[in-house]
Design a protein around this ligand. Structure first.
Ligand code: ZN
Length: 94
C-alpha cells in the first residue's frame, strides 16, 4: 500500500513576502524619484510649495530654494546664490 500523500512542490504556493522596506530620507512619492538634497541636481526636484510673495520655494527633497537662487538644505547647509540675476547691471571695473 502506498498511501503517501503526494507532496507537490508548487513554488507558486509559497508566500513570497518581502519584509524589507527601505524608508526613504525624503517624502518623495514621485516616479522617477526626485534627486536628493545631497545631489548636485537637487534643483530639479519638484516644487511642493511656492511662495513668490515671500521669495522662496520648497522642493520635494526638502530644499528651500530662494528667488535669488540661494538654497537652504534640509541639514541646515546654506548654498549661496549662484545664478546672477544681472539685468542690465554691467560691472565696468576699468
Ligand atoms: Zn518628489
Amino acid at each position: 500500500m502506498n498511501d503517501m500523500p503526494s507532496r507537490r512542490t508548487d513554488t507558486t504556493a509559497i508566500p513570497h513576502v518581502t519584509t524589507e522596506r527601505k524608508i526613504p530620507s525624503t517624502m518623495c512619492q514621485h516616479q522617477p524619484p526626485c534627486p536628493p538634497a545631497e545631489s548636485a541636481d537637487r534643483e530639479s526636484a519638484r516644487l511642493v510649495a511656492h511662495h513668490p510673495e515671500q521669495g522662496w520655494s520648497l522642493l520635494c527633497n526638502g530644499v528651500l530654494l530662494f528667488e535669488d537662487t540661494g538654497e537652504l538644505l534640509p541639514d541646515g547647509q546654506i548654498i549661496a546664490p549662484h545664478r546672477p540675476l544681472g539685468t542690465g547691471q554691467v560691472m565696468t571695473a576699468a
